[in-house]
Design a protein around this ligand. Structure first.
Ligand SMILES: C[S@@+](CC[C@H](N)C(=O)[O-])C[C@H]1O[C@@H](n2cnc3c(N)ncnc32)[C@H](O)[C@@H]1O
Length: 308
């Protein structure tokens, strides 16, 4: 059973259709992965997977993405392609973040909270391994996993830093064309009702603690951004304190920031909230997007900002 307070809050966030949305927490979702085109092409990858008895389904909105049923995950993680970094297992919502930020070859890009590296890897593909990609992760074990994933994935443009993301803006002011802030969060979208490990640490206090850290990371991300640079803020939490409230505070403090509209290739999304409890947020916060959890996708929050 999911925590009662979590369910109450969830129903307040999504008053319409909350019962159906909550049912998605009971499902063993399909496994999605991306073919890493820095190391192979789609046709060869699919052929190789076929020899291992896997027949992945293509994802309509992203030609490099595929899915297999949940029970085949082990077979995928034991495949040669996985071991060689030619495919990377990544949730579909997570793939949307680099698509929205859209880094280009030759740009300077920062991934401020990067481990285990799914989004950094995908951004290196988008940049065609051309440009400068700084990736930051303060936790030692996660940092080395990130480094190994980038090496295995054939990323040659990454510069890895084991440091606290809160210090980066002061060290590298106005340095980056694009910044990915896939912030550490309460990971509510990854809760599974059949797996208490996924939510055992959760509390409203944890949300508050995360919110403070996210606000500090956001300040650092804004400082590190060049004029006209774009910043994507993302979390896998439903909590408005970790999402709209972080954006609202940043907009109030930084009039040089603008929220950009986001076009997503999926239907299961709604606009960001403009109210939570007694708090009202700036109108522009509604340009952020909440991806709704479905039978195949996890929930996610995305907001694209640009500096004047
Ligand atoms: C949501 S995960 C990032 C997932 C990653 N972007 C990906 O796609 O694979 C957030 C990461 O932020 C890291 N983190 C925690 N505190 C941090 C801080 N102060 N500065 C930077 N990163 C931090 C966590 O250890 C975790 O690896």
């Amino acid at each position: 059973m999911l925590p009662e307070i979590f369910i109450e809050r969830f129903c307040e966030i999504y008053p319409e259709n909350s019962d159906n949305l909550l049912k998605t927490f009971e499902i063993h979702k399909q496994v999605s992965f991306r073919v890493n085109t820095l190391k192979t092409d789609i046709e060869s990858a699919l052929k190789e997977l076929e020899t291992e008895g896997l027949h992945p389904e293509p994802v309509k909105w992203y030609s490099e993405a595929f899915t297999v049923p949940a029970q085949l995950k082990d077979r995928l993680t034991h495949s040669k392609l996985f071991e060689n970094g030619q495919i990377y297992i990544q949730s579909l919502s997570s793939m949307l973040a680099p698509i929205v930020l859209g880094p280009k070859p030759g740009e300077t890009v920062l991934d401020l909270a990067a481990a285990p590296g799914g989004k950094s890897l995908m951004m290196a593909v988008q940049m065609k391994n051309d440009g400068w990609l700084s990736v930051v992760e303060p936790k030692k074990d996660r940092f080395f996993r990130l480094k190994a994933n980038l090496e295995r994935g054939g990323v040659t443009i990454a510069h890895t830093y084991m440091t606290d993301g809160r210090s980066v803006g002061a060290k590298c002011p106005a340095m980056f064309d694009r910044v990915m802030l896939d912030a550490p969060c309460s990971t509510e979208a990854k809760f599974r009702s059949f797996d208490p490990k996924t939510f055992s640490y959760w509390s409203e206090r944890k949300i508050k603690e995360m919110s403070k850290l996210q606000q500090r990371l956001m300040e650092s991300a804004i400082k590190s951004l060049k004029p006209k640079g774009k910043l994507l803020y993302a979390t896998c939490s439903f909590a408005p304190e970790e999402n709209e409230m972080v954006i609202d505070k940043a907009l109030k403090k930084h009039p040089e920031l603008e929220v950009l509209n986001i076009q997503l290739p999926i239907e299961n999304s709604v606009s960001g909230l403009t109210k939570w409890g007694k708090k009202s947020f700036c109108e522009d916060v509604s340009k952020s997007v909440r991806i709704l959890p479905t039978e195949t996708m996890d929930g996610f929050f995305l907001c694209l900002l640009q500096k004047d």
